[in-house]
Unconditional design. Structure first.
Length: 191
C-alpha cells in the first residue's frame, strides 16, 4: 500500500482559482477555535517534507504556501497561540489546544521576510492555489521513513504532476541566491 503523502495530494490535485481573494483558517479545536483571516490567495504552495511544518495525522508531508504578512490577521482567540520554537527562522504560531500551526512568520533578516507561511487546508473555502511542487522530499528519511520507499514517494508526486526537489523550487532557490548576492554586494540592490 502506497504511503499517504497528504490528503490534498493522495487522490489528485484540485485546481485553485487565480481570482480567489482569500478566506479564513481555523484550528482543529472543537470550540473557541483560533481563526486567522487571509486577505489574499497563497503563493508557492507546496508539499514540504521538513520536520518542522505541521502535518495532518498520518501524512508524510505538510502542504504550505505563503502570503504577504500584511494579508494575515488573527481574528479569533489570539490568546491561544504560542510560538513552537522561538529560535527557529520561521516562528510557527500554533494553537495551544490542538497544536495546529496557524501561521509562520520570519522576523530575522531572510529572503522570505515579509511572507507568512500558512496551511490553506485549514480553510473551508475553495479556490486556494493548489500545490505547485514538493520540497525537502528527502527530509522524510530523517524522520524515520525507510529510504527504500523514496522511489515510490517520488513516483506518487510525479503521478499528480508535482516536481520533486530536495530543497525548494528553482524559482524560490533563485530568490534566496539573489538575496544573498545583494547582501554580499555581488548584485545591485535594484535587481
Amino acid at each position: 500500500m502506497a504511503p499517504s503523502l497528504h490528503p490534498l495530494i493522495d487522490n489528485g490535485l484540485t485546481k485553485g482559482s487565480p481570482n480567489f481573494s482569500g478566506g479564513s483558517l481555523h484550528c482543529k479545536c472543537a470550540s473557541d477555535r483560533v481563526t486567522v483571516t487571509l486577505s489574499s490567495n497563497i503563493a508557492h504552495n507546496h508539499a514540504c517534507g521538513c520536520s518542522k511544518c505541521w502535518k495532518p495525522s498520518g501524512a508524510l508531508f505538510s502542504v504550505v504556501g505563503v502570503v504577504p504578512r500584511t494579508a494575515v490577521s488573527v481574528t479569533a482567540h489570539p490568546e491561544k497561540l504560542h510560538i513552537v520554537d522561538p529560535e527557529a527562522v520561521i516562528l510557527r504560531n500554533a494553537c495551544k489546544g490542538c497544536g495546529v500551526h496557524m501561521f509562520g512568520r520570519i522576523e530575522k533578516e531572510h529572503p522570505f521576510k515579509g511572507l507568512d507561511f500558512v496551511h490553506a487546508e485549514l480553510s473551508n473555502e475553495q479556490g486556494w492555489q493548489e500545490p505547485q511542487f514538493a520540497g525537502f522530499v528527502s527530509s522524510i528519511i530523517e524522520q524515520g521513513f525507510n529510504p527504500s520507499g523514496m522511489d515510490e514517494v517520488r513516483a506518487k508526486f510525479e503521478s499528480v504532476g508535482l516536481q520533486c526537489y530536495d530543497a525548494l523550487s528553482p524559482v524560490l532557490m533563485d530568490l534566496i541566491a539573489t538575496f544573498a548576492a545583494k547582501k554580499a554586494g555581488k548584485l545591485p540592490a535594484h535587481l
